[in-house]
Unconditional design. Structure first.
Length: 159
């Protein structure tokens, strides 16, 4: 991760993003970009002690922009559903919400065959392997994606 990224929350978000299949991390313009299929789904930076995260939210950008820490991404990207969230260095990040945003952004840019590899809620065991802590997704245990190994309505085979 770039030296500009700040806080432990930045590492959590980075780890969550890199848990998705076929993701790579690059460092354009001195920022972190996490990509799938050659397309970015997360940009991260940390200038002036502020962590900034930009994600593509085609479905929930309107709701996201109602939050006090969110704004349309610059350079005309906001018109395409990109949202930037800014947090002070020592702020507690809403990891559960950011995990939902990462999933939406990943699915928006990933090739359909790659996106289909990920079950709803993110990669299996994402919260445990990525070290996510704090409030989880709605109705889930600690961390985003916890318990995501089962799809609703599917039963496990009995031994």
């Amino acid at each position: 991760m770039t030296k500009q990224a700040v806080g432990a929350g930045a590492e959590q978000v980075r780890a969550l993003a890199l848990a998705y299949p076929q993701t790579v991390e690059e460092f354009p313009w001195g920022h972190t970009a996490v990509k799938v299929g050659g397309k970015a789904f997360l940009f991260m930076g940390g200038e002036g002690g502020t962590l900034t995260l930009s994600v593509k939210l085609p479905a929930s950008h309107g709701a996201a922009l109602l939050l006090p820490f969110a704004s349309p991404t610059g350079y005309g990207l906001g018109k395409s559903g990109w949202v930037t969230a800014s947090f002070p260095k020592d702020a507690a990040l809403p990891i559960g919400l950011l995990a939902e945003w990462l999933e939406e952004s990943y699915r928006a840019v990933a090739p359909k065959k790659v996106s289909a590899l990920v079950e709803p809620g993110g990669p299996k065991g994402m919260s445990l392997k990525a070290g996510a802590k704090g409030p989880g997704r709605k109705g889930m245990a600690e961390g985003a994606g916890a318990g995501a190994g089962r799809r609703p309505g599917r039963r496990r085979a009995r031994p």
